[in-house]
Design a protein around this ligand. Structure first.
Ligand code: KG4
Ligand code: ZN
Length: 349
């Protein structure tokens, strides 16, 4: 039997504040991954400035395309498809990646694949281990907090969503109150491990029967606690504040996700997105899944920490699944800043 040809995908990601390129073999193996972060340029503004982001993307994208090919020891002739994030994200930032990928596809004749950023985050798991379907993903990032059901590698359905702030956004906002630089998630996570849950912040929507989340009440409770202490010149312990905030976030995420696992009984559980790097959340999900009865216990895939934040490797992984189904884009591909996972609303029918 002849060996199947390897499929190499060159992928681009530029939806927010990282410009990234990667070469991925067969949707599973990272042959190269370059991430050019702009965080330092945005820190003094306390968040991402869209215009600044676009300028940085354009400055580095040609160079990191060459670097990704060189690091993978590949030339354009070795590439079977060019993949790019086309949404959701900042429109100007997305457009840089989309234009670069379209230009490369046009110049070389290599087919183009448009990838949803959220599908990419979820498919980072495929770079760590094999996903068995149906799978269930907890997708937690700076812009999204969703429970997503995966019927197969390209058919997804959102079963739970945040009604207001995303989990990462809440971390960044309360981080600001504590004087932590953007993005605050990692520092708050570190502090949380040095403190105790003494403040008992609210856990919103815990007992609701749906799978939705809300973090704005928690954020307000946190900010009010800090402001009130300020007014009466009382100093609060920042480690306890961080631990209390994190306990509230993790309680809600874990509670709802475990309930969704019990209902949908997936073969694999995946975490994706920047907040999936959170140690408190990773430990809690692993512990709660480990004590489920055997017939309900999915395989758990927690992506490598470096694959939780924005990167092009996850886009190459997701693109491979679209490649296998012949889902190619053409030169009309455009950035779509509010792209929603459009796949199979009716998959449960
Ligand atoms: O996925 P990502 O890189 O970008 C988006 O698509 O949004 O996620 C970035 C978010 C930021 O809000 C950041 O504070 C948060 O992920 N984050 C964390 C941790 N590491 C990054 N949040 C909690 N704990 C962490 N360890
Ligand atoms: Zn992201």
């Amino acid at each position: 039997m002849s060996k199947q040809k390897d499929i190499r995908i060159l992928a681009y990601e530029s939806s927010c504040d990282e410009t990234s390129t990667a070469v991925i073999k067969n949707g599973r193996k990272i042959e190269s991954l370059i991430v050019a972060t702009q965080i330092k340029s945005h820190q003094r503004f306390g968040g991402v400035v869209p215009e600044v982001a676009s300028r940085h993307h354009i400055e580095v994208i040609s160079q990191i395309t060459k670097e990704a090919l060189a690091q993978a020891n590949a030339s354009w002739n070795d590439i079977d498809a060019i993949a790019v994030t086309y949404g959701p994200g900042l429109v100007g930032a997305l457009l840089i990646g989309v234009s670069a990928a379209k230009a490369a596809s046009m110049a070389t004749g290599i087919p183009l694949i448009g990838v949803d950023h959220i599908m990419g985050h979820i498919m980072a798991a495929q770079l760590t281990d094999e996903i068995e379907y149906p799978a269930l993903a907890l997708q937690v990032s700076g812009g999204h907090t969703e429970i997503v059901l995966l019927k197969d590698p390209t058919h997804f359905e959102i079963v739970g969503d945040t009604r207001d702030d995303a989990a990462g956004e809440a971390y960044d906002k309360i981080g600001r109150v504590l004087g932590v630089q953007y993005p605050a998630g990692k520092t708050i996570d570190d502090w949380a491990h040095q403190g105790q849950d003494t403040f008992n912040f609210p856990r919103a929507m815990m007992e609701d029967t749906d799978y939705d989340f809300s973090f704005s009440g928690l954020k307000s409770a946190f900010i009010n606690t800090c402001h009130h202490a300020d007014q009466i010149h009382q100093e609060l312990n920042k480690y306890d504040l961080a631990a209390s905030f994190q306990a509230a976030v993790v309680d809600v995420l874990a509670h709802k996700t475990i309930r969704a696992i019990k209902e949908y009984q997936p073969k694999t559980f995946i975490m994706g997105g920047g907040v999936a790097a959170n140690h408190g959340l990773r430990d809690r999900m692993s512990q709660e899944i480990a004590v489920l009865s055997e017939n309900m216990r999915p395989k758990v895939i927690l992506p490598d920490l470096k694959l939780c934040g924005d990167n092009a490797a996850m886009i190459g992984a997701a693109a491979y699944n679209l490649y296998n189904e012949g889902k190619f884009a053409d030169m009309t591909l455009n950035a779509d800043p509010s792209l929603e996972l459009p796949y199979a609303k009716s998959m449960l029918e």
